[in-house]
Structure formats: C-alpha cells, structure tokens
Design a protein around this ligand. Structure first.
Ligand SMILES: Cc1ncc(COP(=O)(O)O)c(C=O)c1O
Length: 409
C-alpha cells in the first residue's frame, strides 16, 4: 500500500521549516530529496569500507568493488538491460550524452549528415549536438512541438525522417512541459529510417517503470540525483553491439587492459568507458535509491504522481490568467507543471513562494527552445514526486492566488 505519510518520514529534509513554515519541496525535476537509507549507505561506505575499486587485493577494497558492481547490477535490473556490460557509470545525464557525442558521434557522423532532435529537449540534449554538428559539418534539425497540445508533431517527425538522420535524440519526459513522449514509436520509426536513437530518460526513470529493452533505444541516459540518489553519479545505457563499435571516451586508468610505450589495449565493457577512479560512494548511494524505489514500487509512484498532476492541473487551470505550458490534461504527462501568470515575472513569483516555504523552479528550465516556441522566455514550475501530498498542492495553489492578487494578474 502506498502511504505518502510513511514515505515522508524517510526523508529527513521534509521536516525542515523554511521562514518558519514547513518546507514544501516542489522542485524534484531539478533534483530529488534523499531518503535516510541513501544517506546512510554513502555514510557507511566512507566510515567502514572506503577503498578504491577493482585494484586492491585486500578486504575493504573487495567490499567496495562488490558494492560498486552490485549497484551496477541493481541499475541493470531496474531498467531491464540485458547485461551489466551495457551499464556505464558517468557523472550525470549530461556526461552520458556527451560520451555518445565524443565517441559514437565523432566516429559515425560526418559532413552533410543529419542529426534530428526535438524542440522539447533539455539543453544537455541540444548543445552537444550543436557542437558536434558544427565540428563535423552536420546539419541539426528539430522535430516541432504542437504548442496547442504540448505534444510532439508526429507528422512532422515522419516527414523529417525522410531526411535520413544518422541520429535521433528524444527526451522521454520533458522537464519543461511534462509531456511523456511515445518513445517506443519514435524509436521504431527512427530505426526503420536507419537512425541510431539516444533517449534522455532523466525525467522518466525516477517516476515510472522503464524497460530499455521494450523501448529499444540504442542509448539511454539518466542521472542518479533526480531518483533519490546522490549527485555526481549518472548512467549511460548502451546496446552492447553498439558500444562494441565505439572507441573509448576518456583515457586513463581502469579503461585499459594493458599499456605499453607504444599504445594500449582497451578494457572490456563497460570499463572501457569508465576511466579513472569512479564515484564509488555515488554508485552505492544510487543502488540504495533503487532499492528504495523498488520497495515503494514504480507503478505506485507513477500512479501517485498521476493523481497529483490531475488534482493540481485541474485547480490551477481554474485560476484565471494562469497559462499552462505543456499538456493541460493529465494524460501521457508527468507531474511537472510549468505555468506563467499575467504580469508576474517567474522570479518574483518564486520569491513569494519561497516566503511561504514552497520551493519551486523559475526561469528557462534549461529548455529555452521549448519555451521560445510557446512565446515565453521564463516560466514557473512545480514538480511533484512520491513524497508530495495534496495538502502541499493546496498550499501551492493558495500561493498562486496570493501572487495573482499581489500582481493584479
Ligand atoms: C530532461 C532532462 N535532461 C537532462 C538533464 C540534465 O541532467 P544533469 O544536470 O543531471 O546532467 C535534466 C536536468 O534537469 C533534465 O531534466
């Protein structure tokens, strides 16, 4: 049984007061809060078995290696990858995407080739491709958003596939619009057109069951800190047969089998893409986060967030002069709600929310093209997670009313 009050007790930060009021944290799309079990797992590593991995022939190094590799197996099971060779630990999703840019991208994308991404990508799935396109002389094209519905324009996508892109990049769930994209279909069509696909799963993996084999993407990137894990740990999933065609990303220790003065032999997957001492504590913390999420159940978390989205969207839309950016109905979307209020700058709004103890995000949300096509350059965003309640949504909605009054919106 999903019990939000019980869940809340596991998150020490949620008992904090801000400006004398109980903290309402509505910025989990930026980073999530951490349960005690995650904090304790990293603490235990540093207190009891801190050592480098894959190297020491002594007890605590073996323990650290077992915990680090154990976390990799937890990630594999969590997203249903075929093998741990397909799970590469990185710093975050941004690094995961850039890894693909610097390896597969540089090897397989050349002059005149087309890279196709959507208008609703986070900057971290735009800028790497802009840089690569510039470097190799490729062309970067965008799948448009239907701004009426907040959804991808599927017909335009099908037409653009006629340009035979080498790579399609698509966000699973938009951090700016909340839109859940039909990724399985996007991937299927891209493959039919001969493209390789990278999916940005930053906002999907923390919130819903994800099966990378079902989605069939070639690459899938996400960050640990948005899914109850520590910051500084991310994941790149890649299909083994694709990873095998790729040259290493960074050079150094751990990614080699043997080094001579003349050259080196690369290590096996996934180590070939993990140069240097990894974030051992981060991986262990991410493993603990996955244990926590599985314990609650991803289906339960998704159902709770759907409920929160439905409840909040309905009441928010009823407030005149509120403009919601993204799908307005709680279908095929997450509990990430971006909005503008006539006459009120989002930064001023966020300050008023903060005074009320409510943390929301304001600004361009690292998705400037997605906002630009909607004719705005900044919005306010409330994003909900497993620990948020309807009472918190009510406090949020009450504060929207207050903002409206202050600015005469
Ligand atoms: C959809 C999406 N992609 C990518 C990122 C980048 O994540 P990170 O900063 O952890 O690399 C974010 C973070 O906000 C995101 O929401």
């Amino acid at each position: 049984m999903f019990d939000v009050e019980k869940i809340r007790k596991d998150f020490p930060i949620l008992s904090r007061k801000i400006h004398g009021k109980p903290l309402v944290y509505l910025d989990s799309a930026a980073t999530s809060q951490k349960p005690l079990s995650v904090i304790e797992a990293t603490d235990k590593y540093y207190r009891e078995y801190n050592a480098n991995v894959h190297r020491g022939i002594y007890a605590i190094s073996e323990e650290a290696t077992a915990a680090y590799e154990g976390a990799r197996e937890k990630v594999r099971v969590f997203i249903n990858a075929q093998s741990v060779e397909e799970i590469i630990f990185t710093r975050n999703a941004t690094e995961s995407i850039n890894l693909v840019r610097f390896t597969w991208g540089k090897q397989f994308i050349g002059k005149g080739d087309v890279i196709l991404i959507s208008e609703m990508e986070h900057h971290s799935n735009i800028v790497p491709w802009q840089l690569l396109a510039k470097e190799v002389g490729a062309e970067l094209l965008y799948i448009p958003i239907n701004t009426e519905t907040g959804r991808l324009d599927q017909n335009a996508y099908k037409k653009l596939l006629g340009r035979k892109p080498k790579l399609v990049g698509i966000v699973h769930m938009s951090n700016a619009l909340g839109t859940l994209n039909p990724v399985q279909e996007v991937v299927r069509l891209a493959h039919e057109a001969g493209a390789v696909v990278i999916v940005d799963g930053c906002q999907s993996v923390p919130h819903m069951p994800v099966d990378v084999r079902d989605l069939d993407a070639d690459f899938f990137a996400f960050s640990g800190h948005k899914m109850l894990g520590p910051s500084g740990i991310g994941v790149l999933y890649g299909k083994k047969r694709v990873l095998e065609t790729m040259e290493p990303f960074l050079g150094g220790g751990d990614m080699i089998k043997e080094v001579t003065k003349e050259g080196a032999i690369w290590n096996d997957l996934p180590y070939k893409f993990e140069a240097g001492t990894p974030n051992v504590a981060g991986a262990i913390g991410l493993g603990a986060a996955i244990d926590y999420l599985k314990d609650v159940g991803m289906k339960n978390i998704w159902a709770h967030e759907q409920e929160m989205a439905k409840y909040t969207l309905k009441k928010l839309q009823a407030i005149s002069s509120v403009l919601i950016i993204g799908p307005r109905e709680a279908v095929d979307r997450g509990a990430v709600i971006s909005f503008a209020l006539q006459g009120a700058h989002p930064h001023d709004m966020a300050s008023i929310f903060d005074d009320a103890g409510i943390s929301i995000r304001a600004g361009h949300l690292c998705a400037q093209p997605a906002l630009a096509v909607h004719g705005v350059d900044a919005v306010a965003r409330a994003s909900f997670y497993l620990y948020n309640t309807k009472e918190e949504a009510d406090r949020f909605l009450k504060t929207v009313q207050k903002v409206k009054k202050i600015f005469g919106s």
